[in-house]
Design a protein around this ligand. Structure first.
Ligand SMILES: NC(=O)c1ccc[n+]([C@@H]2O[C@H](COP(=O)([O-])OP(=O)(O)OC[C@H]3O[C@@H](n4cnc5c(N)ncnc54)[C@H](O)[C@@H]3O)[C@@H](O)[C@H]2O)c1
Length: 252
């Protein structure tokens, strides 16, 4: 794998679980000093300890990405312990499943605030370091549901479509500063979020989805972190504003 990210500080939100955890582990293996940020500070600490046990450098910080003051405090702690932020992966997310007519303004706002405004907060708080350095990489985890739409998930899908729009526009604005901004919309990745959804509202048994997936398997968090590792690398410097689907071919 090598130490292609040596000297870089990477922040991964939602880093305590699933896709974010896999991205944190992978970027550390590639040499980055990794800040593991999550609402679940204890689990973020476990991931940081896992990285340290493998010989990497990591620091865990509890954060609520929906709360700008919390994001600002967390990034200040990252700068103090690890240094200026060069790489940001926004993976923190909240799923929801409700009939459209049952979605209260409060519920709508809470989903939009974590998934879309949380991404806005983290980008806006981290980008000054990247502009200062003349180099930066942002990867926003959106969702394949924004390709297709999903019934009973208008709030979630709207929030993820918003992340795609934010990504495209921010890429145009930050390109001249040496910063790339891309989004990975995952599809059917075996994580705690997916398992919880399957145990509750998601009427899609794994075997059925696998049968509908061209590569004939479910996704793994490592499928997303591999794409993420490429997008934050030096080699990906000419790729920005892109939607890089990682979904086994179900959405093209
Ligand atoms: N698993 C999939 O198939 C799939 C598909 C499409 C999109 N996604 C997206 O991928 C991202 C990661 O999901 P996952 O499947 O790894 O889920 P996960 O539940 O395993 O991990 C999500 C993490 O985000 C954290 N989080 C939630 N709200 C937060 C907040 N306000 N502040 C900080 N941290 C918060 C959680 O504590 C959790 O550790 C999410 O944005 C999700 O919407 C996942």
């Amino acid at each position: 794998m090598g130490q292609t990210l040596a000297g870089r500080v990477a922040v991964v939100t939602g880093g305590a679980s699933g896709i974010g955890r896999s991205c944190a582990l992978r970027l550390a293996q590639d040499g980055a000093r990794v800040a593991v940020l999550d609402l679940n500070a204890a689990h973020a600490g476990d991931v940081a300890a896992e990285i340290q046990a493998e010989g990497g450098t990591a620091h865990a910080v509890g954060v609520d990405v929906a709360d700008r003051a919390s994001v600002d405090r967390a990034l200040a702690e990252v700068r103090k312990h690890l240094g200026p932020i060069a790489i940001l992966v926004n993976s923190a997310g909240k799923t929801a499943h409700d009939s459209f007519l049952d979605i209260s303004l409060e519920l709508w706002t809470s989903v939009l605030t974590v998934n879309l405004t949380g991404t806005f907060h983290c980008c806006q708080a981290a980008v000054p370091d990247m502009i200062e350095a003349g180099w930066g990489r942002i990867v926003n985890i959106s969702s394949s549901s924004a390709h297709s739409g999903v019934p009973y998930m208008t709030h979630y899908v709207a929030s993820k479509a918003g992340v795609i729009g934010l990504t495209k526009s921010l890429a145009l604005e930050l390109g001249p500063s040496g910063i790339t901004v891309n989004t990975i919309p995952p599809g059917f990745i075996d994580t705690p979020m997916l398992r919880t959804a399957q145990a509750g509202f998601l009427d899609t048994p794994t075997e059925k989805v696998i049968g509908q997936t061209p590569v004939r398997r479910a996704g793994r968090p490592e499928d997303i972190s591999a794409a993420c590792a490429f997008l934050v690398s030096e080699d990906a410097g000419y790729i920005t504003g892109q939607v890089i689907g990682v979904n086994g071919g179900r959405n093209t």
